[in-house]
Ligand binder design. Structure first.
Ligand SMILES: [Zn+2]
Length: 570
């Protein structure tokens, strides 16, 4: 039997994977490795043995790591030996902040103009039944004239079919006139408590619905069937495996819907889940002790399976782009943003989960909300006498410098998204003008977190941004767009090295979900979760990360992705 790694245009050479002969001193079949990977350049992430050339796998675990000769001694008569032809191997990527999309949408990312948005929506609409709602996501204010989204741009293309599109961050939606009619949103509609119906000078809704106001329209969208959700899940997790992801931490507030939970369970039963999946339990401001005990028991029972839990997620503020992130000082042009919970309610809720032994993830983007989150974690540890809960702040886009050391002091995880530092049009034309240069210089401060000794875990916030970890690592290392702009990087003092970024996407992400005993490094006893890359990302210029491809993804000893062979079978 001969196995081959793909011949790709990038490689230009063929890596041959061959099964070795039985070792002369074969181990008893029961303890021999099933598969041995040799001739690799392994970045283990394990400080006691940072580099290796081979490792052996039995069942879903790595049994030994070392030199080719050392590892070969673990071979038995049936052991398969895989020659990785000198390729770089890293632990499976772990996206610490990911979301299962609620539905299929037209993708409006990087549209750049109203015409492109209209065109993409029309193309997508043609794939749907004639009267179905048209939904999309990914627009940004600079896509519209005067930086202002308005229903008229959707009405031009869809005069009598309902359309609602979410912005890239999911904190504002734009509805057309037909959608507003169906939702009965008029000038007489009262302002919802948790959002804003944006109106023109005459009080007429413009179609722009911020934060909770979007629900006025989105609640009318038809539910997906259980099978729709299952197919959606399979498509998303297959994409994840193709990017080298072996673990996904679903940060959706409230956890999975019944349909989504059933889809994950069905995928596991059918051996079709190629990732380890973690999802939230609901966060309630005043949870009952019974509910909390139930969550803890459920999550303990799920430990070690492919679908785990153990944390609650809550959203404390909005986004800078929507001016809903809570800032200590006002935005340029006024307004600080309003937190979704008072400090008192936040403290009480967080303390209840902390006491029960559950981790809490708080979405906090502005320096004001970040401080509130840290204060709540500090309060919980104090009143409960707890430590080691690994509570997390999610996004932490613009922290106050004075709060950086608190992450280490309080043992709070800095859960950041490298790709948020993409200096695209919305960053340069909307984000920075809203907060100004001083705060911009401490936005997405990956280096400052590392220098402050924080444990930093990387994620993508997919589907807000692409889930590709190599693109995230590229962004962390360059702070440039894919096109390489701006020259030298955007606030380049906050760039970090590729190896550090890799650790944030593997070892640190595992720590952030209490899974560091089982994964995050390539070491004996850990799950056999790893990725083979087309280039050695630790020795090429960061720019070439954009041309690096995943050749092979293995999760729990099982191959979950293999790059297609370019140019046919050799
Ligand atoms: Zn998110």
């Amino acid at each position: 039997m001969t196995m081959r790694l793909p011949r790709t245009a990038l490689l230009g050479c063929l890596a041959i994977l061959s099964v070795g002969l039985a070792a002369p001193l074969a181990r008893a079949a029961g303890t021999a490795a099933e598969r041995i990977y040799v001739n690799a350049r392994v970045w283990t992430g394990d400080s006691s043995q940072p580099a290796a050339e081979a490792f052996a796998v039995r069942g879903d675990r790595i049994v030994t790591v070392g030199t080719t000769a050392e590892v070969r001694s673990h071979a038995g008569p049936a052991t398969e030996i895989v020659d990785l032809d000198g390729h770089r191997v890293v632990p499976g990527f772990n996206d610490a902040h990911w979301h299962l999309p609620a539905r299929k949408d037209a993708r409006l990312d990087n549209a750049g103009s109203v015409a492109v948005i209209q065109q993409r929506l029309q193309d997508y609409a043609r794939t749907l039944p004639a009267d179905a709602w048209v939904t999309g996501r990914g627009w940004m204010p600079p896509d519209f004239p005067d930086n202002t989204a308005h229903k008229r741009y959707l009405d031009e293309a869809f005069p009598d079919r309902p359309v609602v599109i979410r912005d890239r961050d999911g904190h504002q939606a734009l509805a057309n006139t037909r959608a507003l009619q169906l939702a009965k949103v008029t000038r007489g509609t009262p302002e919802p408590a948790d959002g804003i119906v944006v109106r023109d000078a005459n009080g007429e809704p413009t179609g722009l619905l911020k934060e909770g106001a979007a629900a006025l329209v989105r609640d009318l969208l038809p539910e997906l069937t259980a099978d729709d959700t299952y197919q959606l899940l399979l498509g998303e997790v297959a994409a994840a495996a193709s990017f080298g992801l072996t673990s996904l931490q679903d940060a959706t507030e409230g956890g999975l819907t019944d349909n989504e939970r059933a889809a994950v369970t069905r995928a596991i039963a059918g051996n079709r889940l190629p990732v380890r999946y973690r999802s939230a339990v609901p966060f309630e401001e005043r949870p009952s002790q019974r509910r909390l005990r139930r969550h803890v028991a459920d999550c303990e029972a799920a430990h070690g399976t492919l679908h785990t839990c153990g944390f609650a997620k809550l959203i404390l503020d909005g986004t800078v782009d929507a001016k809903t992130a809570v800032m200590l000082e006002p935005y340029v042009g006024g307004g600080n943003g309003v937190p979704f919970l008072s400090q008192r309610d936040l403290d009480r809720g967080v303390a209840a989960y902390d006491r029960a032994g559950l981790q809490v993830e708080i979405h906090a983007i502005g320096d004001g909300a970040i401080r509130m989150a840290l204060d709540a974690f500090e309060h919980a540890a104090k009143v409960n006498g707890t430590s080691g809960r690994r509570h997390r702040v999610e996004h932490i886009e613009v922290p106050a410098l004075a709060d950086l050391p608190r992450f280490r002091q309080l043992g709070v995880i800095a859960s950041t998204q490298a790709i948020f530092a993409t200096p695209d049009a919305s960053t340069l034309l909307n984000y920075i003008p809203l907060i100004g240069d001083e705060r911009g210089s401490r936005a997405q401060p990956f280096r400052l977190f590392d220098d402050a000794g924080a444990r930093q875990a990387f994620g993508s916030d997919y589907p807000v941004y692409p889930m590709d970890p190599l693109l995230g690592i590229y962004t962390a290392a360059t702070r440039q767009t894919r096109a390489g702009t701006p020259e030298g990087g955007w606030f380049p003092h906050n760039r970090i090295g590729v190896e550090t970024a890799l650790a944030h996407y593997t070892r640190d992400a595992a720590f952030a979900e209490f899974a560091d005993a089982d994964k995050g490094t390539i070491a004996a006893g850990k799950y056999a979760d790893f990725v083979v890359l087309s280039r050695d990302i630790l020795s090429i210029p960061p720019r070439e990360l954009l041309d690096t491809r995943v050749l092979l993804t293995v999760m729990g000893g099982r191959e979950t992705y293999r790059a297609p062979i370019a140019g046919g079978e050799p």
